[in-house]
Design a binder for this molecule. Structure first.
Ligand code: SF4
Ligand code: FES
Length: 246
């Protein structure tokens, strides 16, 4: 296949950026999207040009390092899929594909398709520790937790902190991410001890970092590669009200 790429190139946070055209020949449908970009970069390096900067690590959909907008959609056209798990068979010969970085005030651009997502780490950090004394390594069944609760907590814990939810939201809100992180601890007995302090601190940090408020648009859920449900945002709001009003 021939693919016509338009890629956002910006050499530093303060320099001007622009969309640059690249024609990529001989693209195999079996290549992953990032392998296709690797080939583009090998060509650029061979010509003595600056390769396109993009983030990746595991390339198997579990680390959350990858992510950019593909034709305006965070992580591209396949639902429940990270960029690293997207394959070129999803596209057609002579398709025009526009690549842009996540765009949000709280995610300052570093270079090309790479943004600084450390604000998400600071929200988690604000949640602090679970400080209950669990003694030695507990037996797996020592704390009985109903199956449906375990399932819900595990679903929330599936968030990989990629930031796609922020990029898709018109308010650049990180409510889905924060809701997932709050939920996966608040649902479990070990996390209930400090649930009030945790939700108040994490929501405050979310706002300090410059993320917007949630207005229930649902774009976050639509693009989340781990299909995190917006019920996590509702749970975060209930946890917050419980902590501040009761
Ligand atoms: S909620 Fe989904 S889209 Fe948002 S950071 Fe977590 S995995 Fe990524
Ligand atoms: S590189 Fe790890 S999730 Fe994509």
């Amino acid at each position: 296949m021939r693919i016509l790429l338009k890629v956002w190139r910006q050499s530093s946070p303060r320099s001007a950026g622009e969309l640059v055209d690249y024609t990529v020949e001989n693209v195999s449908p079996d290549m992953s999207f990032l392998e296709m970009l690797d080939v583009v970069n090998e060509g650029l390096i061979a010509q003595g040009k600056d390769p396109i900067a993009f983030d990746s690590d595991c390339r198997e959909g579990i680390c959350g390092a990858c992510g950019f907008l593909i034709n305006g959609v965070a992580h591209g056209p396949d639902p429940g899929t990270t960029v690293c798990q997207l394959h070129m068979r999803r596209f057609k010969d002579n398709d025009r594909i526009v690549l842009e970085p996540w765009r949000a005030k709280a995610f300052p651009l570093i270079k090309d398709l790479v943004v600084d997502r450390s604000a998400l780490d600071r929200i988690i950090q604000a949640g602090g520790y679970t400080s209950i004394n669990v003694g030695g390594a507990p037996d797996g069944n020592a704390i009985l937790i109903p199956g449906p609760i375990v399932e819900q907590a595990m679903d929330s814990a599936a968030c990989i902190s990629c930031g796609a939810c922020v990029a898709a939201c018109k308010n650049a809100s990180a409510a889905l991410f924060t809701g997932a992180k709050i939920s996966h601890l608040a649902l479990l007995p070990q996390g209930k001890v400090e649930r009030d302090a945790r939700v108040v601190a994490m929501v405050a940090r979310h706002d300090q970092e410059g993320f917007g408020s949630c207005s229930n648009e649902g774009e976050c859920e639509a693009v989340c590669p781990k299909e995190i449900s917006i019920t996590n945002i509702a749970r975060m709001n209930r946890e917050y009200l419980r902590a501040t009003l009761l």
